[in-house]
Design a protein around this ligand. Structure first.
Ligand code: C2E
Ligand code: CA
Ligand code: CA
Length: 698
């Protein structure tokens, strides 16, 4: 209803009417007499009297009688999609004003008559022409003429029935003198001609002005668009108009600003890393190309990679990982020298040093190590920032940007495999990369044949009595062409190519066999075997271990397993479940490389292990580095509180051994005690040790 009335008001209609598909009048509004207010019409809720009007879908217009009034009523169909759901009509009352308009333009009188009772006629509206030269008693004269009827041609008289129902009839009567009609037509014709002429002139003028008004600003906009397309953003269009074109110009200028900002952002991202805001790989390549374009330039390209980023991300979350990357970026760019820092993406950086002198490079490396020394506080954990760096020197190692990048990358990969923090590129490394590819296939053959693989054994000494009762088995691969391949070079290949289960099974079988052989010789040595994170993902792993113990009839403490801390923290839930199964079978477990995986104390408590091996990177400098002393001392205390024994690995000198003994460490392992040895050499070594001890006691 409100909508109906709103629309009625807008078009100033006297009547509004809504009819539904069933012909029911669902709304009828009438304008009140001499007021702008409306009232509900008498037929609301009733059926519409002329349903035949709606046979067609087209809008239609009819004369409509209501309440002793006649309306010119226009209906339009109300549609949802193609379907007509009803009709809306708006009507204008046919009143004296309308009748007068008719009379003025035709020169004829018109009367709308309503017949109610029998022959009871009343006038609804009437209009009479008011023409020049027309006398005041025109009507009278007309009536006489009508009555006389003797000059049939001189006047017009017609009537039409508008509506006819049981008890009423509405009729329009039109009458007047023919000369009046002709005069009116003539006057109207002149009016029409003048009007027509004026209209044509006005529209031509308007069209001309409008065309200029539209085309001028549009031309400006087009010009500006071409300008922007060429990359010029410094001017803006100025259209001094308050209309749509003015608005369009404003929006155009805003768009231009937005494009400018976006383009600046995109070009920034093209050359800068979004996390650290340091120049990125594209910047580096441009810089390198610039350097190579000048002959005889000496410089060094360092490729840096943060160690253990994945572990930090997995255990402390990506936010901490990002924090660490940002911090490293900050420290690198703060290095106070002429080096340039680039962030290549993820946890990789590059540094350009404008020298290729080895001594200067080493000095730079020392400064770098000093800046990385202080640990970073993140998530309540102290993060030790450690980097792998590979570097290549220009022009000797590479004569263009791509080559030099590739060489620095080769050096980095090599350094990672060899656990070297700082690695210079060497030409033989390229052959090395090719060899690695070959290793994938060769490893398969080696695992099937078994005779290229061998276990070395490294003793663990008990501080309490100086005895050796435990060994760690470390795999070696005697490659038929390449000679000895270190485990760091092929364990990752085995993991990546799905061969690690076979490798671990080979190692455990071999260790079991060796254990039994030593037993026969009267040597009681339990052997720790390294297992990989991938092994813990194999759901049959615990079962396979059980089979080995059964097959060899091994005492439960014959073999034990070492798992790196990072292997557990990467996927603690499933790793801990597998470790619990192994532990339930009675197998002794150790956490290897402790301190590098950032496991929390809570996680450590959940691990069903009985031994903890402090990573050799902490043991390295424990004798001289106060930070490492704090870490090692607190680790030993904490492990003891939890009932775990502690092994320190990587002991390379007497002082370190002494320090660890004084600080309550349980077992010692490292080159200072013995390098990993083949089984037969180990036996000789043990015998010599016995001899030495006896000699020193004697
Ligand atoms: P890891 O488990 O930490 O093994 C100790 C590594 O430290 C051995 O390197 C050993 O030779 C070396 N090492 C021992 N004492 C010292 C020392 O005083 N100073 C220094 N700088 N290093 C010392 P290796 O034999 O090259 O093994 C490297 C890694 O390869 C091992 O690290 C272990 O993670 C993996 N690995 C070795 N054998 C196996 C295996 O049979 N199975 C699996 N899954 N991984 C193995
Ligand atoms: Ca180990
Ligand atoms: Ca270790």
């Amino acid at each position: 209803m409100v909508a109906l009335n709103n629309h009625r008001k807008r078009i100033n209609a006297d009547l509004a009417i809504a009819v539904n598909r069933e012909n029911l009048i669902t709304g009828q509004l009438l304008r009140r007499e001499n007021s702008s207010k409306v009232k509900v019409g008498p037929q609301q809720g009733k059926y519409f009297s002329s349903p035949e009007w709606f046979t067609d879908n087209e809008p239609l217009s009819q004369l409509y009688a209501l309440d002793n009034k006649v309306y010119q009523l226009s209906f339009s169909p109300l549609k949802i999609g193609q379907e007509v759901i009803g009709w809306i009509g708006y009507g204008y009352e046919i009143n004296s004003l309308l009748a007068q308009n008719f009379a003025d333009s035709t020169g004829l009188s018109i009367e709308f008559l309503l017949k109610t009772g029998k022959n009871e006629w009343s006038t609804l509206a009437a209009g009479h022409p008011n023409m020049e030269g027309m006398d005041s008693n025109y009507e009278e004269r007309l009536a006489v003429e009508l009555l006389d009827d003797h000059e049939q041609d001189s006047y017009i008289h017609t009537h039409t029935v508008i509506e006819e129902s049981d008890n009423r009839e509405i009729m329009a009567v039109i009458y007047g003198s023919r000369s009046n009609l002709l005069e009116a037509l003539r006057q109207n014709l002149w009016k029409l001609i003048v009007l027509e002429g004026a209209t044509i002139f006005a529209s031509l003028l308007a069209a001309y002005l409008l065309a200029g008004d539209i085309s001028r600003p549009v031309k400006k906009l087009v010009q500006q668009a071409r300008y922007i397309a060429k990359g010029n953003y410094d001017t803006s269009v100025n259209v001094n108009e308050k209309n749509e074109l003015g608005q369009l110009a404003d929006e155009f200028n805003q768009m231009q600003q937005a494009v400018l900002v976006r383009e600046q952002k995109i070009s920034h991202q093209l050359y800068y890393n979004t996390l650290t805001n340091l120049p990125n790989r594209n910047s580096l390549i441009e810089k390198l190309e610039g350097l190579f374009s000048v002959p005889d330039q000496n410089f060094t390209l360092m490729h840096l990679d943060i160690r253990r980023t994945k572990t930090v991300n997995d255990t402390l979350g990506y936010e901490t990982g990002d924090l660490m990357i940002k911090d490293v970026g900050q420290r690198l760019s703060n290095l106070n020298d002429d080096s340039l820092t680039f962030h290549l993406g993820a946890d990789e950086f590059a540094i350009l040093l404008m020298t290729s002198d080895m001594e200067t490079i080493q000095q730079w490396q020392q400064r770098l190590e000093a800046t990385m020394d202080a640990p970073l506080c993140g998530e309540g954990t102290l993060l030790h920032l450690q980097l792998h760096i590979g570097f290549a020197r220009a022009p000797e190692d590479g004569a263009d940007a791509q080559k030099l990048l590739q060489k620095a990358d080769t050096a980095l990969s090599h350094g990672k495999r060899e656990m070297k923090a700082f690695q210079s590129y060497l030409p033989e490394m390229d052959a090395d990369a090719n060899q690695r590819l070959g290793l994938v296939n060769d490893l398969k053959v080696a695992l099937e044949a078994g005779d290229q693989l061998v276990l070395f054994y490294q003793p663990k000494m008990q501080f309490s009595n100086g005895q050796i009762a435990h060994l760690e088995a470390l795999i070696r691969w005697q490659h038929p062409e390449q000679g000895m391949v270190p485990p760091d070079a092929f364990i990752s290949i085995a993991e990546q190519t799905g061969q690690i289960d076979a490798l671990t099974l080979w190692v455990i079988n071999e260790a079991a066999r060796q254990y039994l052989e030593w037993q026969k010789q009267g040597l009681n040595l339990s052997i720790a075997v390294n297992i990989s994170a991938e092994n813990l993902k194999n759901p049959h792993f615990a079962e396979e271990m059980n089979n080995i113990w059964q097959n060899y009839q091994l005492p439960i403490d014959a073999l034990s397993l070492e798992i790196t801390e990072s292997a557990v923290v990467a996927d603690p839930a499933s790793a801990i479940q597998m470790l619990c199964e192994l532990k339930n079978q009675g197998i002794k477990l150790s956490i290897d490389d402790y301190g590098t995986g950032y496991s929390s104390l809570a996680q450590l408590k959940q691990m069903p292990v009985s031994e903890l091996k402090i990573d050799r990177s902490f043991v390295d400098k424990v004798e001289s580095d106060p930070d490492d002393q704090i870490i090692v001392r607190s680790t030993i205390r904490m492990a003891h509180d939890m009932g775990l024994s502690v092994v320190a690995e990587g002991i390379e000198d007497q002082q370190t051994l002494n320090w660890l003994e004084q600080n309550g460490c349980d077992l010692a392992q490292g080159y200072f005690i013995s390098r990993p040895l083949p089984a037969n050499e180990l036996k000789e070594w043990l015998q010599k040790e016995e001899q030495r001890k006896m000699d020193s006691h004697a």
